[in-house]
Design a protein around this ligand. Structure first.
Ligand code: CP
Length: 317
């Protein structure tokens, strides 16, 4: 687990591959509703709470953690952004976290930007912190559910080839895969326009999509974050035209379209962490491609997060 707190889950740096495999096996047990599933109900009527602090927007991660908590019999307490909280009165993010921690939840799930340091704050707390997406640093439970999806399809992550296409430079999902692939033995390659790619990536980089898809066994599109790239100095009308033209060019060169995806093996899978800009990085018709696992990823997110909470509370991770 993270070195910054006894049982927090902030990144993958110190977690062993054996522990991750155990976590996946718990997720399997929940999915199959096998006998050991009975142990997962042990928190019911315990009065335990779990605080979900989402300082940035979320649909999948927030509701997935909420579902996972509820299914374990742990009451989820939600704080969604500033509205209605004392953040509106100027309370700091750190003070908010410390005050909620003082209410003695069993864990804190936190989504935040780079303006909160999860490692530093975890040193001040005994309650475990679960990273639900931290700036550009990482989104480890997303990487876990992606890897679980790959494992379910292929039987193992070992030897699989994950292609990540798009705005890798700003992606916390990609950052977590760069850590997790070393634990689980899958290879990660990246593809996208030069300005979207990290300069310090030491792995395989594809400049164009066709050979990248041919190489891949699991192809993941990332949301294009054009809000980070568009020029603000242009007049409004020309900015709109240039953004529209950039989006169209992007779709033709790097988008997951029916025609581009003929280069992906029929045995491969298509993934996206969501939310999707349909018609930009992934066409809507791709969602009905038999290789597409986008909604499976979401379902697996609940299993993996349920297994993670269980493992942390039972000291098994
Ligand atoms: N994949 C993901 O993190 O989605 P949300 O932003 O909706 O949680």
């Amino acid at each position: 687990m993270s070195s910054s707190s006894s049982n927090s889950f902030i990144h993958f740096k110190t977690i062993t591959n054996e522990k991750i495999k155990t976590l996946f096996s718990f997720a399997d047990q929940i999915r199959l509703n096998s006998d050991s599933h009975l142990s997962f109900s042990k928190f019911k009527s315990s009065g335990k709470t779990g605080a979900l602090l989402f300082f940035e927007a979320s649909t999948r991660t927030r509701m997935s953690f909420e579902t996972a908590s509820a299914r374990l019999g742990i009451y989820p307490l939600r704080l969604d952004g500033k509205a209605g909280s004392s953040l509106e009165k100027g309370e700091t993010l750190e003070d908010t976290v410390l005050n909620v921690a003082a209410m003695d939840p069993s864990f804190l799930v936190i989504r935040c930007g780079d303006d909160l340091d999860l490692e530093e704050i975890s040193k001040k707390l005994t309650v475990p912190i679960l990273n639900a997406g931290w700036g550009k640093k990482g989104h480890p439970t997303q990487a876990l559910l992606d890897a679980y999806t790959i494992r379910r399809h292929f039987g193992s992550c070992e030897g699989q080839r994950l292609l990540i296409v798009g705005d890798v430079r700003h992606s916390r999902v990609a950052a977590s895969h760069f850590e997790l692939c070393q634990k689980l033995g899958y290879e990660v390659a990246i593809c996208g326009p030069q300005e979207f790619l990290p300069q310090d990536f030491s792995g395989k980089v594809f400049e164009s999509l066709t050979p990248a898809l041919e190489w891949s066994t699991a192809a993941m599109a990332l949301r294009v974050q054009f809000e980070r790239h568009s020029t603000k100095s242009s007049p409004a009308s020309s900015t709109e035209v240039s953004v529209e033209s950039a989006l169209n060019n992007y779709r033709l060169q790097y988008g997951f379209t029916k025609s581009n995806l003929v280069h992906l093996s029929s045995q491969a899978i298509i993934m996206h962490p969501g939310p999707i800009n349909q018609g930009t990085e992934l066409d809507s018709e791709v969602l009905s491609d038999p290789r597409c696992k986008v909604l499976d990823q979401v379902s697996h997110g609940v299993l993996v997060r349920q297994a993670l909470i269980y493992s942390i509370l039972e000291g098994k991770l």
